[in-house]
Ligand binder design. Structure first.
Ligand SMILES: C[S@@+](CC[C@H](N)C(=O)[O-])C[C@H]1O[C@@H](n2cnc3c(N)ncnc32)[C@H](O)[C@@H]1O
Length: 322
């Protein structure tokens, strides 16, 4: 008799402590220019705002990646194989993995995300809808995760990293992170990764500065989060959202711009801002297809396939460890 399917996900809580958030904010605000790493956008409100961004007419990446995954789920499953331990980095909502799970049918699905409540909710729904897949959700900063908290012996690991979240890392850090993934999946192992493409500046600028102001709300939610969790006193009306494509660096930059000279207290320390001074809150690097293939090669991956959407706005790369 086959074992009864278990529909409750296992939850591994390796989330960064509040002290680490405080330490990173202090280090970032003491840095010149001021900066805060983008993973701190994602508390429950930040994740909900990101979901709204994905629905915006200007935000093409989600629509384009979904189009690619829908069209090629069968080919992807044929290459990646079934009966695996499938790890998803920065899983967010379950929208994209749902397109792949029926064909991929992994034995274990392991979404990794820093946003705890959002991750728990998505993992519960996946476990309920795919009762034959064991779901192990990991709340962690994937940059700090040195080994998987669950890995049944003999199960090959495959990796999925959608959303062009790799673009949040500087190219050198991206290569290092891909190298870590290569070590995780091992020789012959697979990584399916979504990568946003270089394109017309006007399209990029609009995608990160939408008319409805949702991306602006997502950016300033970071200030709200610091006020609540780090006893900070940011006046939200004294900072404005700024996003633009830095063509020279090949990246979108997001900033929070101080609209006046002011001081702000954060977790017991005071920081001075000049008028126009910014906190750099996110980079989103854009790549050419060959440019990304080269980056992946430097991390030990060969490119086996690249798919794009009909308008060549976004790419999904199927990489294999050489
Ligand atoms: C740009 S969103 C993409 C979400 C989803 N994968 C998609 O394609 O729509 C980035 C996701 O990665 C998560 N994330 C960002 N940095 C992270 C980190 N360092 N460790 C773990 N999760 C992270 C966020 O919580 C968020 O869910």
């Amino acid at each position: 008799m086959s074992p009864k399917p278990n529909t409750a996900p296992v939850f591994h809580d390796l989330a960064p402590e509040l002290a680490q958030f405080a330490a990173e904010v202090h280090a970032g605000l003491a840095h010149c220019p001021k900066r805060i790493p983008p993973q701190f956008f994602y508390d429950a409100a930040g994740s909900a705002l990101f979901e709204r961004i994905c629905e915006l007419p200007e935000y093409y990446p989600t629509r384009c990646e979904v189009e690619i995954l829908e069209r090629h789920a069968g080919d992807i499953a044929a290459r990646l194989g079934t009966e695996t331990l499938l790890v998803e980095f920065g899983s967010g909502s379950d929208r994209k993995i749902r397109l792949l799970l029926p064909a991929l049918a992994p034995r274990v699905y392991m979404p990794i995300d820093i946003s705890k409540a959002h991750l728990k909710q998505a993992a519960r729904q996946i476990a309920r809808d795919f009762p034959n897949i064991a779901v192990h959700a990991v709340c962690a900063d994937y940059g700090e995760l040195r080994h998987l908290p669950h890995h049944p012996p003999g199960l090959a690991v495959t990796a999925f990293f959608p959303g062009s979240t790799i673009g949040n890392l500087e190219p050198l850090a991206a290569r290092r992170f891909l190298h870590r993934i290569a070590g995780l999946v091992g020789p012959g192992g697979w990584l399916l990764i979504g990568v946003d493409l270089k394109k017309d500046r006007a399209i990029l600028d609009a995608a990160y500065d939408d008319a409805a102001g949702v991306t602006a709300a997502f950016n300033s939610n970071l200030l709200r989060r610091m006020n609540r969790e780090l006893d900070a006193d940011f006046a939200l009306a004294r900072f404005r959202h700024r996003a633009f494509y830095n063509e020279h660096a090949g990246r979108i930059e997001m900033h929070l711009v101080s609209t006046c000279a002011q001081t702000v207290r954060v977790a017991g320390r005071t920081y001075a801002f000049g008028e126009g001074e910014t906190i750099h809150t996110e980079n989103s690097y854009k790549y050419g297809i060959e440019e990304f293939a080269q980056l992946a090669r430097g991390a030990g991956f060969a490119t086996r396939e690249v798919w794009t959407d009909a308008q060549t706005m976004f790419s999904v790369h199927l990489l294999q460890v050489e």
